[in-house]
Design a protein around this ligand. Structure first.
Ligand code: MUC
Length: 96
């Protein structure tokens, strides 16, 4: 099932800079692992914000929960989750 997730990252200004860099590096590693596994299908930066719009392809809401809460930056993210379904006029066979 496809799900749109809008993520806003809010690391407090007084948070330790080295720890923030370490978390960002871990986040990038986990993000790339999930992309390779086909779970994190698309990502776009929201221009001008430390935010993204992403499309996840997971089998259940429980899996989505596990994936999202596994992100190293999860404690610093606000997320909005929107379920998606195939548009009847789509020409893409992998929309589901
Ligand atoms: O940069 C972000 O929007 C937050 C997060 C999503 C992928 C990643 O590498 O970090």
């Amino acid at each position: 099932m496809l799900t749109m997730v809008e993520m806003n990252v809010r690391i407090p200004l007084d948070f330790d800079k080295e720890e923030a860099e370490r978390l960002k590096a871990s986040e990038k590693e986990r993000f790339q692992e999930l992309q390779r596994a086909g779970k994190w299908r698309h990502i776009w930066r929201v221009a001008g914000h430390y935010a993204n719009v992403s499309i996840f392809d997971v089998v259940s809401n429980a899996e989505l929960h596990d994936v999202l809460t596994s992100l190293p930056l999860y404690p610093f993210m606000e997320m909005k989750v929107t379920p998606l379904c195939r548009h009847p006029s789509s020409i893409h066979n992998d929309d589901r």
